[in-house]
Design a binder for this molecule. Structure first.
Ligand SMILES: Nc1ncnc2c1ncn2[C@@H]1O[C@H](COP(=O)(O)OP(=O)(O)O)[C@@H](O)[C@H]1O
Ligand SMILES: N[C@@H](CCOP(=O)(O)O)C(=O)O
Length: 355
């Protein structure tokens, strides 16, 4: 029996200034995965792969993403979920065609899209019928900051936290990633993901607010960008962020969003100041661009772990974006920019046919 389905997963921008590892918004830029399971058409070819999975890829990341099923993050993630549920490989004749619009290593949550797509892929292939909440558990085993993943999966503007783990859950969750994703012995099924690892809420977002993403032409991996952060913080810096976080989450949902509230509420002392060493121009950009210099601008911050800059605005999108690009150009950094909106549906899976 042949089967076809399409998985569509939006990009995300995490942190939004003060919400480090807490806030995320899904954006209408997509990783789209078309899956065909057809033993007659693809059985012979898929047999060449130890996991019966043919991967075809186009779009962002084409030069760097591995097409081997045991090295590709999305497919590794799907295999982890399949094996957690006692299914060793994909069905014979599985062909996964990826079209990716999400640039890699730019702070737009590409790894989150790959992880979420992988879990939905396994859910569909294995016919497990997991809810999105259960799918999140598998994602949060691998990405231990819930901000991107939760926004990408659930859609819209989202706040989230991870729950406290028992000692045995801690061991399950914190095992080395290669034990989970590239196990040496594929005959041993991994311990299943603990239940309800993440809790989230979806906040209101004014339809007047658009997201300008200014995307530099260089990559900063999230791992590197987290390595420059301090191990502990001054209480005054933590309080600075908490105060702004509380105001920001309500201010962006207002019918008439106010830059008087949003601009100062998007300031941060927990991650951006430390990441300036990796992103030339960052500290000037987030301080020099204001609602006074650029009417229509509501607030400006680093997107995720960077290097993309996120500007929230209600007007003058071209002017704001091209001026940020010009500021990066002064640092000899080329950029492109996109005008984006929240992707409210989050990740979706549509079954096309079952023949
Ligand atoms: N579509 C994809 N398919 C497979 N792997 C991907 C895909 N997108 C991202 N990745 C993996 O995620 C890495 C980037 O993740 P990360 O450093 O967290 O940056 P980002 O800010 O884009 O999430 C890539 O180097 C690659 O290993
Ligand atoms: N809170 C994380 C978010 C990383 O987002 P990404 O889009 O860069 O993967 C962080 O700031 O490290």
């Amino acid at each position: 029996m042949a089967k076809e389905f399409v998985i569509k997963v939006p990009a995300s921008s995490a942190n939004i200034g003060p919400g480090f590892d807490v806030l995320g918004i899904s954006l209408n830029l997509y990783l789209t995965v078309t899956v065909k399971i057809d033993p007659v058409a693809f059985g012979e070819e898929s047999r060449k792969d130890p996991n019966n999975c043919i991967i075809v890829y186009e779009g962002e990341g084409i030069e760097q993403v591995s097409l081997r099923s045991d090295e590709n993050l999305m497919v590794q993630m799907a295999l982890f979920v399949l094996r957690s549920n006692k299914v060793r490989t994909f069905p014979l004749g599985t062909r996964v065609s990826v079209h990716n619009q999400v640039p890699l290593g730019r702070g737009l949550g590409s790894s989150g899209t790959a992880v979420v797509a992988g879990v939905l892929l396994a859910n569909a292939v294995g016919e497990f019928g997991f809810s999105k909440q259960r799918c999140l558990d598998y994602c949060l085993m691998v990405e231990r900051h819930p901000d991107n993943i939760t926004a990408t999966m659930m859609g819209g503007f989202v706040g989230s936290f991870l729950r406290k783990l028992s000692a045995s859950e801690f061991e399950t969750v914190h095992q080395p990633l290669n034990h989970l994703l590239s196990p040496e012995d594929t005959s041993v099924f991994p311990t299943d993901a603990p239940l309800n690892l993440g809790t989230h809420v979806q906040y209101s977002w004014s339809p007047k607010i658009k997201c300008i993403a200014v995307i530099p032409q260089f990559e900063v991996s999230t791992k590197l960008s987290r390595s420059v952060l301090p191990k502990s913080y001054k209480i005054s810096d933590v309080v600075f962020n908490l105060q702004r976080l509380a105001v920001l989450t309500a201010a962006v949902g207002s019918e008439n969003p106010s830059s008087d509230l949003i601009y100062p509420a998007m300031q941060d002392k927990l991650h951006q100041p430390y990441r300036t060493v990796l992103i030339p121009g960052l500290s000037s950009i987030v301080s020099e661009f204001t609602p006074e210099t650029h009417p229509g601008l509501l607030g400006i911050c680093l997107s995720g772990a960077g290097p993309t800059i996120l500007c929230l605005a209600t007007d003058n999108f071209d002017k704001i974006a091209t001026d940020v690009v010009a500021r990066f150009n002064k640092e000899n950094i080329e950029c492109r920019w996109l005008l984006l909106e929240p992707a409210y549906d989050g990740a979706t899976m549509e079954e096309m046919s079952k023949l």
